[in-house]
Write a protein that binds this ligand. Structure first.
Ligand SMILES: Nc1ncnc2c1ncn2[C@@H]1O[C@H](COP(=O)(O)OP(=O)(O)OP(=O)(O)O)[C@@H](O)[C@H]1O
Length: 274
């Protein structure tokens, strides 16, 4: 028997404040499947106009309320209906979500601590992950979050999530606040780590370049209420970000998606003006 899809949405809609006068439908009739391919976690980039429901979709997969449960339809992870958050799904947000009063080492080790892993074992693993995300074990492990740059904090957030080896990684504009140079470095880092952990990634971004560079597939949502308009297969990131993003084929894909999004945004502006 073939294995169930890693993630599947069946006719999923979400209406916030359902049944109340301020009810608002954020996403509507979303259907997609991410199949389980042995030794390859798929990378899904999610693009769409502001407020179209990208975070809503991510948080439904995570099982976080009030996005969870969907108002209609089914959100399935590995063939099972999502009932709430679980260790098989890790999240990285744009906001730096480290604990201010914990060192880098203890932030990275946090999830293992919650799982009851011994201090020695979790610190050993945390040191290894601090190195993997490009931080310096000797000089950075003892620092506190306020002593780190934005890029370094996102490295900590990535290490903290990946150390737990989730099957699915949900990333909500994780690099949105970074300068362009740091952002490209983080994209390259993420590609390397993603290859190592072979997780399925959902990555929300406002950057078309980032979505095309990182994604195997780019989801494009319509304006609110968001529906899934396009699923575009793109080339995998097999070269460094700076190199690949300068290539003609890459630019062509970016321009094609930009046209689609501009049309959606102008429809949005038009609707707003009416
Ligand atoms: N808890 C909530 N209660 C009511 N409405 C909500 C709630 N969360 C989100 N919304 C609304 O649902 C819509 C979709 O929000 P969501 O954050 O999913 O969009 P998004 O595409 O991620 O937005 P952006 O690109 O601006 O980050 C928005 O109009 C938002 O105001």
């Amino acid at each position: 028997m073939s294995s169930p899809n890693v993630v599947e949405f069946r006719n999923v809609s979400k209406t916030y404040n359902y049944g109340r006068p301020d009810a608002f439908t954020a996403v509507k009739d979303i259907n997609f499947a991410v199949p389980d391919v042995p030794n390859h976690g798929e990378f899904i980039s999610v693009l769409g106009p502001s407020g179209c429901g990208k975070s809503t979709i991510l948080r439904m997969i995570a099982g976080l309320t009030p996005q969870h449960p969907p108002t209609t339809g089914e959100v399935l992870v590995e063939g099972q209906r999502v009932l709430g958050p679980g260790p098989d799904r890790g999240m990285v947000f744009q906001d730096y979500t480290s604990f201010d009063n914990r060192t880098v080492l203890d932030n990275v080790a946090f999830g293992m601590e919650c799982r009851g892993v011994s201090r020695e074992e979790r610190h050993e693993q945390a040191r290894s992950w601090i190195g993997k995300v490009g931080l310096n074990v000797d000089s950075d492990a003892g620092k506190f979050p306020h002593e780190l740059s934005g890029g370094m904090r996102q490295r900590v957030a990535i290490a903290r999530t990946l150390i737990l080896r989730p099957r699915i990684i949900l990333m909500d504009e994780p690099f949105g606040a970074l300068d362009p140079h740091t952002r490209m470095q983080m994209q390259d880092l993420l590609v390397n780590l993603w290859r190592e952990v072979q997780a399925t990634v959902f990555f929300v971004t406002h950057s078309i370049e980032e979505s095309v560079y990182l994604g195997d597939r780019v989801f494009i949502l319509s304006r609110s209420p968001g529906t899934l308009l396009h699923q575009i297969e793109v080339e995998p990131p097999d070269r460094p970000a700076l190199e690949m993003q300068r290539e003609e084929g890459f630019q062509k894909t970016v321009f094609g998606i930009r046209d689609i999004l501009e049309e959606l945004e102008s429809a949005n502006a038009h609707a707003g003006a009416m």
